[in-house]
Design a protein around this ligand. Structure first.
Ligand code: NAP
Length: 323
């Protein structure tokens, strides 16, 4: 490819530095403050053939780029990208599945242990000198022993969490819209049914219109007073007001949350609750895994412009062909 033939890739907002460096080396890169259609100047609209983004891409932004062929989104959850609109307009959308699966599953297990065994609180106790001053940290009222684990969203990450939970010797059940072939775990047709059958619910479901606030008061009541809720999926799947109330009134025992509905803002009730363990959306946040995600963003662009074959198209866009 001569320099002039290099496709122009627009990067709105922040993007992982490793991805930026590779895009700079392989393509003609243009940066934009944010993904806002109002910021797209006519020269840009005439040039841009690809978007690489860690941010939301709406229909208006897609419409403002008439030469756009591909949106390479950073992350496996692509709810912030209007993939349906893109696909309708013949624009490919890719995400970064698989390369983050094991990391996110590791984090989910850490969050579960932090919630049940209060490990962050115990560490704070030691660091603040209370072990010396007051003696041993109190015994935790909750344990993983004897628990039944339900996984909401038995997909790539859900299966990786389940493999880890098996090693802990705990029974596993799950809810998806459909059964997973070749998996022996107990299947529940509804989330409510799953919550009623377990005392530990791990959510790793995507944000979609169908999952919006699906973890509601009824689900938490079904989980019950010994219930632990862990969310490593998306915050929008939880009715956070109902969760805060359930934690305060003993409807459930505790919650471990990596994701929130309005990040980085976390509801005050969840921040101050003594029975929550909270993380700032760090499921995949290691240098190793974020570099792998960055590589997959760029490899999708390379593969698309070389032979029209994206490596990891999202389901809405699998039928999109390079024109
Ligand atoms: P995946 O393989 O697509 O799995 C998603 C699972 O959710 C599928 O098994 C799907 O099964 C189920 N599902 C989807 N919609 C549903 C619905 N309406 N009701 C019930 N089940 C539903 O995706 P993944 O790679 O495991 O990632 C899952 C999610 O984790 C991502 O979408 C992302 O939001 C989140 N995530 C978070 C972090 C973090 O840092 N905390 C990192 C990575 C990913 P059916 O299609 O059969 O329903």
């Amino acid at each position: 490819m001569s320099h002039t033939e290099k496709p122009t890739i627009l990067v709105p907002g922040r993007l992982h530095e490793h991805a930026v460096k590779r895009i700079e080396a392989l393509f003609s890169i243009v940066r934009l403050e944010r993904a806002d259609a109002a910021l797209v100047a006519p020269e840009l609209a005439a040039d841009v053939r690809g978007v690489a983004a860690m941010t939301g891409i709406d229909a208006a932004f897609i419409d403002a780029l008439p030469k756009l062929e591909i949106i390479a989104s950073f992350g496996v959850g692509y709810d912030a990208v209007d993939a349906r609109h893109a696909a309708k307009k013949g624009v490919m959308v890719t995400n970064t599945p698989d390369v983050l699966t094991e990391e996110v599953a590791d984090t989910a297990i850490g969050l579960l242990l932090n919630t049940v065994r209060e490990l962050p609180k115990a560490e704070t106790y030691l660091r603040s000198g209370r072990w010396v001053g007051e003696g041993n940290y109190p015994l935790t009222g909750t344990t993983l022993r004897g628990r039944r684990v339900g996984i909401f969203g038995m997909g790539r990450i859900g299966l990786a969490i389940a493999r880890r939970i098996e090693a802990f010797g705990l029974p596993i059940a799950y809810h998806n819209r459909s059964r997973v072939d070749g998996v022996g775990y107990e299947y529940h047709e509804t989330l409510l049914g799953l919550a009623g059958a377990v005392d530990t619910l791990i959510s790793v479901a995507p944000a979609t219109p169908a999952t919006e606030k699906i973890v509601n008061r009824a689900v938490l009541e079904a989980l019950g007073p010994n219930g632990i809720f862990v969310n490593i999926g998306r915050g929008s799947t939880v009715d956070e007001a109902a969760l805060a109330a359930a934690l305060a009134d003993g409807t459930i025992r505790g919650a471990g949350l990596d994701v929130f509905a309005d990040e980085p803002r976390v509801p005050q009730e969840l921040l101050v609750a003594p029975n929550t363990s909270l993380l700032p959306h760090v499921g995949s946040a290691s240098v190793h895994t974020r570099d792998a995600m960055a590589d997959l963003v760029v490899d999708n662009l390379v593969s698309w412009f070389a032979d029209g074959k994206p490596l990891t198209p999202v389901p809405e866009a699998v039928f999109v062909q390079k024109g």
